[in-house]
Design a protein around this ligand. Sequence first.
Ligand SMILES: Cc1ncc(COP(=O)(O)O)c(C=O)c1O
Length: 478
Amino acid sequence: MDWKLDRESKKPIYKQLAIYIENGIADGTFPPDKPLPSERGLAKELGINRSTVVAAYDELESNGLIDRNRGSGTTVSKDIWGIAKKRIPSWNRYIEAGSFLPNLPVTQRIHKEMAEHNLINLASGELSQDLFPLNSLREITSNRSLRGNLGYDHPQGNLILRKTLTDHVKQFRGIDTDPSALLITSGAQQALYLVVQCLLKPGDAVAIENPSYHFNLPIFKSTGIKTYYLKGDKDGINPDDITDLYRKHRIKMIFLNPIFQNPTGTLMSLERRKKILELSSEYGIPVVEDDPYSLSSFSNEKIQSLKSLDHHGNVLYISSLTKIVASGLRIGWIIGPKAVIERLSDAKQQVDFGHASYSQWIANDFLDSKDFTSHMSKLVKQLESRRDQMVASICSFLKEQAEFNIPQGGIHLWCRIKNEFNEIQLLEESIKRGVIYVPGSTMGTEKGYVRFTFARENEETIHEGIKRFADALSVVST
Ligand SMILES: Cc1ncc(COP(=O)(O)O)c(C=O)c1O
């Protein structure tokens, strides 16, 4: 077979092979009347793993280019080589050409593994089902039935929910706003997406924390935005670094997750939070404060977000119900100057005609009920107990090999592994042992880290998950 593997290419090997076969189908190298090589035979001929050939064939099959039949092997799809020899478009070329970039391959792999196998999940940044307020939500949905408008709602979000959220952020987060300055989004994720799409343009420079959730977001790259990193310590990022980035790169926006940061769990010191607001005012650069975790403080301390300290309208505040109620509701919001909110709301209307009304009613009725506060205090206690278990299990199974700060809220623990290890091998060995986590390179530039989430599993499975991880590490560390 006349195919050369390019080991320097960023494209995974299975993709290179899939493209080669796809082109071969198009130009007749692989005719419809002959079977394609077997997976085993092709792997041997090319000197690659059989699983790589399987992945290439999987992709070709899902694009409708080949058929795999038990017994008769793999053939070019009859649908494209019918009697009239009609050709279907080269989907791979379209898939590669789009300007919206895919997730990192390792992130895709983690999602696929989680969807297909029953693993101990220390990777998903969400609560487990048993932490959702299921009884309250059940009661709300049965009382609610279909009362309310099921037509398109206001593109900014249902007004009643916006009023409830205005009261919620006042009572629980010390933020003064009004419903016209708040947009309901599909999670915090969509709010971030809209900010990037509507308020920035290709070539703009922004500052993000390293490591951070944002590091992992291809939406910056898709839009052609340059990201510059702010390194943190146990008190968050150093505000002086913002000055440096402003002077060197004229950054246009700063993205921060100051409270129980994902992935480090760090709470930025109050002094630094204040300093950042001063710098934002001095340079006239907005701060996008991503704050999904501030209500989950284990000390019950009310933490002042940047937005609650912002008296000049410099901060765009993003939050959601994902980490405190249920991720599947997809309720998030952004608060900012009215003109900005109207701009984002106009874009949201173009994207999806506004948020689904049903989940907005449910969210409204739950936030408006007395159950919300009792749910929060129960949730925080359970998260703290899971955090304690994770710390104990790491100390017991990884001993001196691991180094971490104990998070005082949120759901993540960022762990440095002192032994040298190959990141992909460690992930593969862990998956083999039935546990999954997030490799550090997807969230930051420093080597040797992993992110464990303690909200998705209970104490027992956290313990077992860390044990299996330690076993995987013992196989790969050098
Ligand atoms: C810091 C941060 N921002 C935003 C999100 C997106 O969450 P959602 O869209 O579910 O609200 C996450 C999820 O992990 C997160 O950790």
